[in-house]
Write a protein that binds this ligand. Sequence first.
Ligand SMILES: N[C@@H](CCC(=O)N[C@@H](CS)C(=O)NCC(=O)O)C(=O)O
Length: 208
Amino acid sequence: MITLHHLNFSRSSRVLWLLEELGLKYNLVKYERNERFRAPPELAKVHPLGKAPVIQDGDLILAESAVILNYINAKYGEGRLAPAPGTREHDLHEEWLQYVESSAAFPIMLKLIGGMTGGLTEGLDRFTGPSISKTLDYVAAGVGQGPYLLGEIFSLADIQFSYLLEMAAHGGLLAKYPALTTYLEQLKSRPAFVRAVEIGGPMTPPKA
Ligand SMILES: N[C@@H](CCC(=O)N[C@@H](CS)C(=O)NCC(=O)O)C(=O)O
């Protein structure tokens, strides 16, 4: 059975949501962020990076949320939350799935972490501003009429985007993006998402 190492207010909410979405049985080990919003040292005993999410399945230990989502969906979800491998749709879905952490997260998280740690320098602010606009414009165009990234088909890419968009909303970055706000609300209204929040808490901390 899968064990999910879950940190409060973190990307491991994605994995918890997927486990609930697929109706799987799992063990949950919870960790609490410290006063500097960092993971506690116990998490580094599970994986050297000491970050969440991490899963254990038998003797396999995996970090990186996109990899974990793909692994669980393929091994325990009959692949039903992604287009079939070998198809064009599969590659386009994979592009969205990987884009979230590989590119989209960087300027958004830089801006938000900057805000949490005393503010960005003027130079960094000039860098992140256009990058965030380009990122959010791109995702909004991708979602189009929605309700999901793949139209009517809910997929792993939606789960992967949820944390980043929730963080963006928390930082006030979605104000000019009503379509992304609607998309995020659609995601958060799924019963499995609601269950995941009941079990593991919200993705973002209460506003200061
Ligand atoms: N790219 C990784 C990022 C993992 C990551 O940065 N996790 C954060 C939580 S959202 C973490 O554990 N931070 C605690 C710390 O660095 O102390 C993924 O998608 O899984």
